[in-house]
Design a binder for this molecule. Structure first.
Ligand code: GLP
Length: 259
């Protein structure tokens, strides 16, 4: 794991985009793992800008989102399929049929989850996985207490996560779904490269556990300490509880990470 602490959002987006671009350059048919939430938005905007500047093409890429709510009406603006199309995939040359998001309205969601896991394997696995982190330490929608080796599955959201995400549903908790389909931690751990973004003090505790805590199902993101190539990109607020924050900041100031 490499941890970089940066001062501004555009710098964070540039470092993360450099990572995505570098991994995409290593393969003819890159397989992207995509996250939703506010954390990766600046990264997606940066990648769209680079695409428009003719620097990067996704024409031969495939994407797999991390997760989706179960039971939102088709076309709901807060569904993750709509989110990723609106903020990234429709804005670049990634073919629509190559964009994959779990089907939260499948008649059999468990079967849909299993099929999704197989589809990732059939595509050759994920080259670079974009990640955020929940304030309760979830990645994807892998909430505390689950298996650290889980595959794509149907999960139940914690009330913390539903409260956190109510801002996307007019602040109305009742509108936030209670279940999801999410790539499992075992699935996420098979990605060859990964970049995780986190900003703000509300993520500081989860980030501390992720980077410096003991690996535990209480903080699911901690399993990423075993990931072979994870870049963690933080702002100072998200990094504020790290014991070695000064060291990570020194390293990133030296400009030796990812760029
Ligand atoms: C959401 C998503 C996660 C995301 C996390 C953080 O619930 N399922 O994939 O990383 O919570 O969201 P945000 O970036 O908006 O803080």
């Amino acid at each position: 794991m490499l941890v970089t602490v940066l001062d501004d959002a555009s710098e964070m987006a540039a470092v993360a985009a450099d990572r995505v671009e570098a991994v995409c350059a290593t393969t003819d048919h890159p397989v992207l793992g995509l996250a939703t939430g506010s954390s990766p938005l600046a990264l997606y905007a940066e990648l769209v800008g680079r695409h428009r500047a003719g620097r990067i093409s996704f024409a031969r890429a495939t994407s797999f989102n991390l997760d989706e709510y179960v039971g939102l009406p088709a076309g709901h603006p807060q569904s993750y399929i709509r989110f990723i199309r609106r903020n990234f995939t429709d804005l670049v040359d990634l073919p629509a049929e190559a964009v994959h998001v779990p089907d939260g309205n499948a008649p059999d969601t468990h079967a849909a989850a299993l099929a999704y896991d197989h589809a990732i394997r059939d595509a050759g696995g994920i080259d670079i996985q974009v990640l955020g982190i929940g304030s309760d330490g979830h990645v994807g929608f892998n909430e505390p207490g689950g298996s650290l080796a889980s595959r794509t599955h149907v999960g139940v959201l914690t009330s913390q996560t539903r409260h956190d995400n109510a801002r996307f549903f007019d602040g109305d908790l009742d509108q936030v779904p209670t279940r999801c389909i999410t790539q499992g931690l075992g699935t996420i751990m098979e990605s060859r490269h990964a970049v995780l973004l986190a900003t703000g003090e509300q993520k500081a505790r989860a980030v501390r556990e992720l980077v410096e805590g003991p690996v535990s199902a209480r903080w699911p993101a901690t399993v990423l300490q075993f990931h072979p190539d994870l870049l963690v990109v933080l702002d100072r607020s998200a990094a504020q509880l790290l014991e070695l924050a000064d060291f990570y900041a020194e390293v990133s100031t030296a400009g030796s990470i990812a760029r």
